[in-house]
Design a binder for this molecule. Structure first.
Ligand code: HEM
Length: 203
């Protein structure tokens, strides 16, 4: 046993050129450095009881986050409105959080609730909510006078701009109805595409 110990010490000295004491000191220091560096990258395992607490509190936290998230992003269910006058559409401008946010282009009404950040109160395009914004969109105008579905007198290129907006809306939002004129309660001349499958009572 003593012979083996002496042989190991001799080998260390022969191969490293260090005394056994120096060799083991350096080895111990290397272990400490290794452990320290590793602990910088790996989370230490918490004790069992703390671990359980952490699991339950993180579940509560993520449920709270999810609830918060769904509260913040709660979007009223899309409801088909059918025929609505321009005046009635105004009620859907986002001032009542229980109502969907609606906006019309060329007489067709879209549910834009999912883009509350654009059209909701305080949003950059809040002025379009509850309106047929055809003229404003065609002219790329924020002038309140252009907040109308009246597209008379627009040039071909302006109508083309409006068409692009309509395609964008058709692709992105659900159509929920169409604007009808107050007197006749018939689709307006701007409402050129009245879908047959919608609640259209012809009143
Ligand atoms: C300085 C000029 C403008 C800038 C920098 C700008 C910028 C933007 C940006 C970054 C978006 C978000 C696009 C997306 O994420 O889908 C957006 C959306 C929109 N912009 Fe503008 N905009 C400008 C002018 C206008 C004007 C003049 C109008 C119309 C009068 C307009 C109408 C809209 C509408 C309606 C949306 C929302 C579209 C949707 O519902 O997805 N913008 N704009």
């Amino acid at each position: 046993m003593v012979a083996l110990y002496a042989a190991v010490m001799d080998t260390i000295t022969t191969y490293t050129g260090l005394s056994p004491a120096a060799f083991f000191t350096i080895l111990a220091l290397m272990c400490v450095v290794y452990k320290t560096v590793c602990s910088m990258f790996v989370d230490p395992e918490p004790p069992e009881d703390l671990k359980n607490k952490l699991i339950s509190s993180s579940a509560a936290a993520s449920a709270a986050t999810a609830a918060n998230f769904s509260n913040q992003t709660m979007i009223p269910e899309t409801v088909q409105l059918g025929d609505v006058t321009e005046h009635e559409l105004r009620a859907y401008d986002g001032s009542d959080p229980n109502k969907p946010l609606l906006m019309a282009i060329k007489g067709q009404i879209y549910d834009v609730s999912r883009s509350r950040m654009f059209y909701g109160p305080g949003g950059p395009y809040a002025m379009f909510a509850g309106r047929d914004a055809s003229r404003a969109l065609a002219l790329m105008s924020f002038d309140p006078q252009d907040l109308t579905g009246n597209i008379e007198g627009l040039s071909d290129s302006e109508l083309e701009v409006l068409q692009d907006w309509e395609y964008k809306f058709m692709e992105k939002y659900v159509k929920v109805g169409q604007i009808v004129s107050e007197q006749t309660s018939k689709p307006t001349k701007n409402g050129d595409k009245v879908p047959e499958n919608q609640n259209h009572d012809g009143a």
